[in-house]
Ligand binder design. Sequence first.
Ligand code: HEM
Length: 401
Amino acid sequence: MTGPDETLEDLEPHGSTPALDVHEHDLEDPRHAYDTMRGLPLAEDELGRPVLCRHADVVAAAQDPVTYSSRVSRFLQVPNGLDGAEHRAARDLLDPFFAPARMASLEPAVAEVARELVDAVRYGTPFDAVGDLGARFAVRAQSVWLGWPRSLEPALLRWMDDNHAATRSGDRDRTRAVAERFDAIIRRLVDARRGGEAPHDVTTELVGLGDVGASPLTDEALVSVLRNWTGGDLGSLALAAGVVVHWLATHQDLQDRLRSAEVPQLDAAVDEILRIDDPFVANRRLVTADVVVGGCPVEHGQHVVLNWTAANRDPAVFGDPDRFDPEGHAAANLVYGTGPHACPGRPLATLELRVLVRALLSRGRLSSGPEPAEREQPPLGGFSRVPVVLTPDTSAAGAHR
Ligand code: HEM
């Protein structure tokens, strides 16, 4: 369901917050603006909402869902807009879709998607790790997981572009139109699974849950779940792919180490890259009691913004925020959030990024392209473009593969 006042952040856990007041020189890398904001007693965004940037403040808020409610939107959002027992029930119903056994059986198909896309890259020819690779991979991997037809890919890719453009513009009519378009795509897929001819896939399973009497999945809830699993995630994953590929292209030694790394080391390295340059910037909460944050009072009824990107670079926790230390920083890493709303899709995102990195590194060596990478602008994070080049790996490690 859509309404006149909504923004994408009202609709998705991975929606974005309105732009922050960022100085022009910081637009080259908005993380510098967040680093500055973290030093203020309490930063505000352009709507005057307090922005929590310190690691301790963000963790305290995310782990106290009674004082910091997730009911930030007037629209139904399952599970992200729910609190308490209702939220727990929704997570209990939905989290099994990301269980280890399911992820393990999905891995070969998602790895095949990654290989197919990476094999199509021409050695020596620059390509954009966000638009040419990350976005396509995100859409194709999601479609394989949910059982959506390949023929939907162009419409989903167009939608992702428009979604980003609408988010950047801050124009509510535009964001509403984009949201409605996505809802229409989802409703068609759900309707196709109502009859006896429904294919056996994850989407059909989800639609089937709606028929369970005690389940909170009404039709509206079902569309919201699918929107949360796809609409926001597609963008997050494409941006995450851009950040990871950019880091690898500018850190040749790490490519060598990761080529032969075991799964836990590879996953930890990807998480740490995303901590240093977290493309998933922020989520909101509704404050239900008068609180004091960083010595500043915040009144009950106010919205606050939890800035994960800033918290993930807090020197009080990580020292030099750019220091790469996968094992040492893992426990405090907030890329996938913390508390009851922590990302349920983490196992899927981790799997997708793992197979993508493996496909790239087993095909060759990544280096920066002739054009510089371009930063995304707030409220989005990461890069909008990451031109890179893949060349055959002639090192001893590569030659022996
Ligand atoms: C690199 C990719 C991803 C990143 C960085 C990311 C990050 C996050 C973060 C930080 C949260 C916490 C939000 C909050 O506390 O308000 C979250 C929640 C959520 N994520 Fe992800 N996510 C990713 C991929 C995915 C995927 C693949 C899915 C599903 C297919 C997914 C589905 C969700 C949902 C449904 C929530 C809301 C959970 C709740 O409120 O209980 N995410 N994500």
